[in-house]
Design a binder for this molecule. Sequence first.
Ligand SMILES: Cc1cc2nc3c(=O)[nH]c(=O)nc-3n(C[C@H](O)[C@H](O)[C@H](O)COP(=O)(O)OP(=O)(O)OC[C@H]3O[C@@H](n4cnc5c(N)ncnc54)[C@H](O)[C@@H]3O)c2cc1C
Length: 589
Amino acid sequence: MERRRQDIDPLTGLGGQDLSSVAACWGAQLRGAPQLTAPLFGTAFEIFVEVGDASPKGNTMLDAQMKTQLQAYLQNLRQPIRLIATLDASEKSAELRELLLEIAELSDKVSFDDSGNDARKPSFVIAKEGETRGVRFAAIPLGHEFTSLVLALLWTGGHPPKVEAEVLEQIRALDAQMKFEVYMSLSCHNCPDVVQAATLMAIYNPKIDTTVIDGSLNQAEVEARQVMAVPMVYLNDQVFGSGRMSLEEIVGKLDTNAAARDAVKLSEKDPFDVLIVGGGPAGAAAAVYAARKGIRVGVAAERFGGQVNDTMGIENYISVLETDGPKFAAALEAQVRHYEVDIMNLQRAEKIVPAAEAGGWVQVHLANGGVLKSRSVILSTGARWRNVNVPGEQEYKNKGVAYCPHCDGPLFKGKRVAVIGGGNSGVEAAIDLAGVVAHVTLVEFADALKADAVLVSKLKSLPNVTIHVNAQTTEITGDGQKVNGLRYKDRATNQETLVALEGVFVQIGLVPNTEFLKGTLELSKFGEIVIDDKCHTNLPGVFAAGDVTTVPYKQIVIAAGEGSKAALSAFDYLIRTPAPAEAKVAETV
Ligand SMILES: Cc1cc2nc3c(=O)[nH]c(=O)nc-3n(C[C@H](O)[C@H](O)[C@H](O)COP(=O)(O)OP(=O)(O)OC[C@H]3O[C@@H](n4cnc5c(N)ncnc54)[C@H](O)[C@@H]3O)c2cc1C
C-alpha cells in the first residue's frame, strides 16, 4: 500500500488561522490565486494517510497533529453545521462514525448525529444546522479527498470560497433541479477538482444535490453503472462527464449561454503584443518572459497547466527536488498571474489567420466564435495521449480502457490488466499497477522494451507481470458493457493470442495538438510545428514552443526553456517590425 503525505496548508503555517489559505486551494486550482503557489500541499498541515485505505490509525481516524490543525481551521466556521450520518453495523460505518465524532469534537459549531436514512451506507451529509439537505459523501473522505471534506465543512459553514464572483453568480443562477453523483477513488489526483466543483455548486445552489461516492466502498453500484474510470460524473442519472474538469468547465457546460457571452467579450479585447495559445509549461514561461518586457500579453488556453495536470510526480524539474502535477500547474498559473497577464482559460483555438501585411495583426479564432488579435503569436498547444486505434478502444473508453494508471489503477484492484507500450511511461505504469492489480500483461510492438534499463529490470523482477515484445495489439475485446480481453499478434509467427482481462492501459506516447493548424503553417510528418533554433515558424510574427514543435525531448524543463526563447524572439520581432500604423506615422514625419 502506497504511503503518501497529504498536506493542506500551503503557506501560512498554522499560526495563520486565516482560512483563506485552505479555501484558496480551490481558487488556486481554478485561477491560480497569486498568494497560493502550492495549493494542496505545504509544510504546516501534514496528514498521513494510507492512500486507498482509510482505516483508523490506532484507535482514532485523525492523529493529534491533524486534530490540532483542523481545529484551527474550523474556527473559521461562521455558522453551525451538522454532520448527519447514515450508518449500519459494518466496520466502515464504525470508521466513519469515529471520523465524524472526532471532527465534531474539534468545534462547538459542528455537531453529529446518526439519524440519516440514505440508501448508501455508510454515508453522511454536511448540512447547515436546522437543515437536512447538503453535500453527501458516500465515502470516508481521507486520502486525496480529505481536502475536499475540509472545504465542504468550511463552505457549508459560511466560509467563502476563493472563486470569482462571476462564477458564483453563474452557479446561483442555474435554474434546474440537478442531481450530481461523483464517483472517485481516494488515490485519484484528478478527482478532488471535480469533487470540489460539484460540492461547491450544491452549497451555493439549493436546486443542486451532490453525492460524492467512493467507488471502492460502493462496489455493487460501480459495477452496475460500469464505472471504470474516475472521476466520473452522473447528472440526473446520465453520464455528464469523466476525467478532470474544472468548476468553470462544469458551469460552462450547464450554462448554455455562457459561450456566446464569452465570445463577445473576447472579441472586444484590445489587440495584444504577444498572444500565447496554450497554457502548459511552454506557454507559461513565454507569458512570464514576454510580460516582463512591459508589453501587453495574453494566454488563451484550453486547460491551463497542460499535461502536468495529469502528472503524479515530477522529480526532474531543476531546483525542485520533488513535486506533483497539480501543484506545479498552480505554481505556473500563480507566476503568470503575478505579471498581470490576461489569462483566458477554457478557450480553444480553432484557426489562426496570418497578418495581412508585415507587422499587422495575427488573428486567433476561438471555438466559441471569439476572435483575438495580436501583433505576435506563440503557439504552445502541446500534445495529448496517443490512441492505439484498434477495434474496441473507443467503444470501451472508461469501460476498461484507461490512460491514467495513477487515477484509475485502484478501480482494477485484484483484477487483470494489460499495459500497451514498453517505453518509460508503459513500464512505469506496469510497475505501478502490479502493486494494485492481480496481474499485468505488458504488450510492446518493438522487439525490445524501450524504457530505461533500471525500470526494465524492476519490471522483470515482479512476479505478477508478463511481458510480450514483438507483439502487435489487434483488438480490445468486450462483452458489450466492458472490456474482457486483449488480442495481440506475435509479429514473428503471426500467431494471435487472446488474453482474458478486465482493463487495458494505453501508454504509447503523445500526439501534437496541431490539427487546427493544418494548411496554415509548416508541420513535420509527425504533425509537429517546424521551428528553427529561435522558435520561428514559417509565418512572420508566429512562433512556437514546447511539445507541439519539432524540438526533441518532450519534457517540462525543455518546454519552459523553449517558451522563454519564443518570448524573447517575439519581443525581438516586435521591436524590429513596426506595426503598419506606426510605419505610416513614420513615413509622414
Ligand atoms: C503523465 C505524464 C507525466 C509526465 N511526467 C513528466 C515528468 O515527470 N517530467 C517532465 O519533465 N515531463 C513530464 N511529462 C511531459 C511534460 O508534461 C510535457 O513535456 C510538458 O507539459 C510540455 O509542455 P507544453 O507547454 O509544451 O505542452 P502541454 O503541457 O501539453 O500544454 C499545452 C497547452 O495547450 C493547450 N491547448 C491545446 N490545444 C489547444 C488549442 N487548440 N487552443 C488553446 N489551447 C490549447 C492545453 O490545454 C495546454 O494548456 C509528463 C507528461 C505526462 C502526460
